[in-house]
Ligand binder design. Structure first.
Ligand code: NAD
Length: 475
């Protein structure tokens, strides 16, 4: 990229908090000539679905924010830190450096004129005992790394010479909790990983020939069925694909406790059963972040919704004229999905552009109105009146349109190179499952990733998987 415009004190400062789908989509569309933009990354909270894919390298996904900002007209300051306080009245954000290596300053407060609040959500544990301590999560990048480490530890301990056969069985039993899209995709990916590993040329089989075929996956869901938002036909398709993949689905079964070496289940008949396992992966849903609750508590008159931040039709946080909120941290009629957040991000970038245009015209109008009375000479007077009319007409044309969500359908990967899709097709619904859908899912996924470089990296990660298998080593 060419040289970028520097900080301009005459422009408003726009802070973007978050680096997930919503914030990234906003940044991609935003015209930075209009604003100064410090973008604050919540560390490791981005693009969870793709990061979950164990075989996409972290670098492929971390890249977008910094890569996108390098191509903006005005330089964007990217700060990797965790926000600890948002003050909607004094319009400031305080944030901390939470990385392991710190300089002498590790906390600071910056002002904003506008804030785009897009911090997403965090894992919901329902305060179920042992979840925080003993389960793996699948939200942030370090979660995926932890899961990979734990998985390999299980395999290695199971392969330990003279290991007790019952212990081998326990260590090789992986339990996924939650039958929503996250739990389903995760089980499918876990199965794929094992499949690839048990092919004769692959690492795991070569290293642990005894272990590869013995790994079991169980998916536990409290409701009567998995994927409640998908059609019955697609639920059946998913269930039969899982059956073929030897993934056990336990529905109407609730996890009551996660212990170090087991998971405690309440079975459909309400009996309690303790099931030994080597690893529990928690995908039981999300809840609002503490930062969001604290921010809402500062606007108690207008922010009362327990599901999240209430926004108006223009994504403005109710009760504030300077904060916009989007994505999973908001309480709207839309599902908390990447698709909604991406559309909101792009929409907000357009709104901010319109607002800058409106502010510039208003400023120009005020200036013209103040100089008009002092203008002498017929020609000059006529010119100022014309300019005034012009600015008024242009200002009247600046219209902020409310956000409108266009649903492109739901897609989920279910393993074995199969995906399911609920697509709004013509007037009815088009439901599809299978390998062709998977190819569509993959291309749809790639087209929503944000930069060509990023797209290429993710694609080559997949290619590397195809050519060389996955890297299962921990080094
Ligand atoms: P979710 O809330 O959709 O599903 C969590 C599931 O866990 C629920 O079905 C719940 O009944 C179950 N559960 C909760 N506690 C339990 C317990 N103690 N024992 C057993 N089961 C329990 O969460 P998600 O799957 O993470 O999805 C979150 C959002 O992200 C959704 O809106 C989803 O559509 C979206 N998403 C979409 C995709 C996709 O479209 N491909 C992928 C991932 C996530």
């Amino acid at each position: 990229p060419g040289p970028q415009l520097p900080f301009d004190s005459s422009k408003k400062t726009l802070v973007v908090l978050g680096s997930g789908w919503g914030a990234t989509s906003l940044l991609k569309t935003l015209d930075t000539t209009e604003y100064n933009v410090p973008e604050e990354l919540l560390p490791l909270h981005t693009l969870a679905p793709e990061r979950r894919r164990r075989h996409a390298e972290p670098r492929s996904i971390i890249q977008p924010t910094r890569y996108i900002t390098r191509h903006k007209t005005r330089s964007v300051a990217v700060i990797e830190a965790e926000a600890s306080d948002v003050d909607p009245v004094n319009k400031t954000i305080t944030f901390q450096d939470t990385s392991e290596i710190k300089g002498s300053v590790s906390s600071t407060t910056i002002p904003f004129d506008y804030l785009v609040y897009a911090v997403g959500a965090e894992v919901q544990t329902f305060n179920i005992p042992g979840v925080q301590q003993n389960a793996c999560f699948m939200k942030e990048l370090h979660d995926a790394e932890r899961m990979q480490r734990q998985f390999m530890d299980c395999i290695e301990s199971a392969a330990f010479p003279g290991q007790d056969p019952q212990e081998v069985e326990r260590l090789l039993h992986m339990v996924v909790v939650g039958g929503g899209p996250t739990g389903i995709e995760l089980s499918g990916e876990l199965h794929d990983f094992l499949e690839a590993c048990s092919r004769s040329h692959d690492d795991l089989k070569a290293w642990y020939p005894e272990m590869a075929g013995k790994v079991r996956i169980t998916l536990v869901e409290a409701l009567p069925s998995v994927l409640p938002t998908f059609s019955k036909q697609l639920i059946n398709y998913t269930e039969s694909t899982f059956k073929e993949s030897k993934i056990d689905i336990l529905t109407k079964t609730m996890v009551k406790e996660v212990k170090e070496n087991s998971v405690v289940l309440q079975m459909p008949d309400k009996s309690i059963k303790e099931v030994p396992c080597g690893m529990v992966v928690w995908a039981a849903g999300n809840k609002g972040r503490k930062l969001t609750q604290d921010l809402m508590a500062k606007l108690p008159e207008t922010q009362k919704n327990r599901r999240g931040i209430e926004v108006d039709d223009f994504l403005r946080m109710k009760g504030s004229d300077s904060i916009f909120a989007l994505g999973d941290c908001t309480a709207t009629s839309y599902a908390p999905t990447a698709q909604v957040a991406s559309q909101q991000g792009a929409y907000l970038a357009r709104v901010l552009h319109q607002m800058a245009k409106r502010d510039n015209l208003t400023e120009k109008l005020l200036e013209l109105e103040s100089v008009a009375p002092a203008v002498v000479g017929e020609e000059e007077k006529k010119k100022v009146v014309e300019e005034l009319e012009n600015a008024k007409n242009q200002l009247a044309k600046v219209k902020l349109r409310p956000f409108h969500y266009s649903h492109q359908g739901s897609l989920a990967y279910i393993g074995s190179e199969k995906a399911i899709a609920d697509l709004p097709f013509m007037n009815g619904n088009f439901a599809s499952g299978g390998v062709a859908t998977y190819l569509f899912w993959r291309s749809a996924y790639l087209s929503t990733l944000f930069s060509l470089r990023n797209r290429t990296l993710v694609a080559t990660d997949w290619l590397k998987v195809k050519l060389f298998g996955r890297d299962v080593s921990r080094d």
